[in-house]
Design a protein around this ligand. Structure first.
Ligand code: HEC
Ligand code: CA
Ligand code: CA
Length: 503
């Protein structure tokens, strides 16, 4: 009872007064403690929850005011104090259309905040039953955001909206757009989708863009959810592949990154031929099975020396933080370390304070439900920083999921299929069909093999798994044909080979 009264009085005090001498005591009491430690070579890190109860904080940025700025998918922009977790909402954008992967997405604060207190956001909206993405500039004034200036509008559809934006040392906006699920957009240099676009901060085309009068800076992208400049002003992206080949790329002007003709490394004869003709640039790194890479930031600080000169990447499907050590020139990824796998669920974005503290935003209230999530605390912002000693649960660096063997249907299913159809085969109503009891799983084997080899291109799209070996496809199909109450005769690798040659 006493505690409750004190708590209530504390609340009133916060509302009405500035709470004078109470303050010091409060901060020590309220300062959240690390709930996990991570041991690096010589540095111990603490992982601390600093804010809870958010709804898909899609983009976070460390502001010049020392606060973490948060753009939530439903359309709100807030500031959160990293010390107290106190949150202040600055704006709710009325025309945001939130649906599955659409909504308020990327946000960037102008680096020269004193002279240009501008916040750039990208969000999807509807007009005449069509969807679009727009890039809007707001001005920060007296604790709110005013004077929205629409810089650009581009077509959207049901998914693949990207997007992130960053302002370079040259003062230009770089905007990573999605292909809007129209794959051919990416290779069409007259379309703004599937591109890195370069704009002035008033929305005009910079006079020195590589294609005169065009926003296009680079092309051949599917769905980028990470974008960052390093201290050397190299521009990096992270990109979602389809069924395989998630990528991190180093962006050059006037360059083609391959999608949809090339996925990941340029290793098939068709890919090599396309590269030869179009001089496409392969990724610095590609991941199969996919990890669903999202937010990217560059770690320039010295607080965590092991991470200096690395890209920090958060992942959704793989639910992890990846530390991608760059070579000295920043032109190659020299190593990958994996942390937090499965500990906090899907991780959407990351930002770093000038002092070198790392902040991470979870994404457990998004459209793609994960097993066991969201919890009552979701979504949250976590802080990772250097601490003096180990005080709580010690987390180790995670080892990469090893490639499942061709004979292990269950492991293959979990790596390639469960992110959509779910581990228990129940799918996601209206989006991913249940495989438990599915007539297509039970039907003749040829139609089923075709779905795997070719994918489908109706309203709901199943990606193609042509890159899997015949033995792997047979193993995964036999797994779904004998799980969750399904009971069908088995398929041989030879049947897959036969269907492939027919295609
Ligand atoms: C990115 C999400 C995604 C992944 C990953 C995925 N699927 Fe699908 N799958 C779909 C969608 C969407 C459909 C519905 C397609 C349609 O109706 O045209 C589908 C349909 C199917 C069907 C037909 C079921 C029915 O009742 O319509 C089967 C069988 C299937 N998938 C098996 C698999 C297997 C096996 C894997 C892994 C190798 C896999 N899928 C991976 C999205 C996915
Ligand atoms: Ca590519
Ligand atoms: Ca490839």
């Amino acid at each position: 009872m006493k505690k409750l009264t004190a708590y209530m009085l504390g609340g009133i005090c916060l509302l009405l007064f500035s709470c004078g001498n109470d303050k010091a005591e409060k901060t020590t009491e309220a300062a959240p403690k690390p709930e996990a430690n991570i041991q690096l070579d010589s540095t111990i890190l603490g992982v601390t929850t600093i804010a809870t109860g958010l709804d898909v904080p899609w983009d976070i940025a460390f502001g010049a005011d020392g606060n973490i700025w948060v753009a939530e998918q439903a359309g709100t922009i807030s500031r959160i104090s990293p010390e107290t977790g106190q949150r202040k909402q600055l704006l709710s954008i009325p025309d945001v259309w939130r649906e599955r992967t659409a909504g308020l997405l990327g946000m960037e604060l102008h680096p020269d905040w004193e002279n240009h207190p501008w916040v750039f956001v990208d969000y999807t909206f509807r007009r005449d039953s069509l969807s679009f993405s727009k890039l809007v500039r707001y001005t920060f004034k007296e604790d709110t955001l005013v004077d929205p200036l629409v810089l650009m509008e581009i077509p959207g559809t049901s998914s693949h909206h990207g997007s992130r934006m960053r302002i370079g040392a040259d003062g230009k906006i770089y905007w990573a757009t999605g292909d809007a699920h129209q794959y051919n957009n990416a290779q069409d240099t007259t379309s703004p989708n599937g591109k890195i676009l370069r704009l002035e901060t008033d929305g005009s085309v910079p006079a020195d863009n590589p294609i005169k009068g065009s926003y296009v800076w680079a092309w051949g992208f599917r769905n980028m959810q990470g974008l960052v400049f390093s201290s050397k002003q190299h521009l990096y992206t992270s990109e979602h592949g389809e069924a395989s080949d998630d990528e991190v790329n180093l962006i050059q002007p006037l360059a083609n990154y391959g999608w949809p003709k090339i996925e990941g490394y340029h290793e098939t004869p068709a890919e090599a031929a396309f590269q030869e003709k179009h001089h496409t640039i392969p990724p610095l790194k590609a991941w199969t099975p996919t990890i669903a890479p999202a937010g990217l930031d560059f770690y320039a600080a010295r607080q965590i020396p092991e991470w200096h000169n690395s890209l920090l990447l958060t992942t959704l499907k793989a639910q992890s933080l990846r530390v991608l050590k760059l070579n000295a020139e920043g032109t190659a990824i020299a190593g990958e370390k994996i942390f937090l796998t499965g500990k906090y669920g899907r991780l959407r974005d990351v930002c770093v304070s000038p002092a070198g503290e790392v902040y991470i935003a979870t994404s457990n209230r998004d459209w793609n439900p994960s097993k066991g999530f969201p919890t009552a605390k979701d979504d949250r912002i976590l802080k990772i920083s250097k601490v003096g000693k180990i005080t709580t649960t010690l987390l180790k660096e995670d080892v990469p999921a090893s490639q499942a063997g061709a004979g292990n249907g269950a492991a293959l299913y979990n790596q390639y299929c469960a992110s959509c159809h779910k581990e228990d085969g129940t799918g996601v109503p209206g989006t991913f069909p249940a495989l438990a009891g599915s007539p297509k799983v039970k039907g003749g084997s040829n139609a089923l093999i075709k779905i795997l080899l070719n994918g489908t291109d109706g309203k709901l799209q199943m990606p193609s798994f042509h890159f899997m070996k015949d033995e792997e496809i047979a193993a995964v199909l036999n797994y779904i044909r004998t799980s969750w109450g399904n009971d069908e005769k088995s398929i041989t690798p030879e049947e897959i080979t036969k269907q492939r040659t027919k295609n």
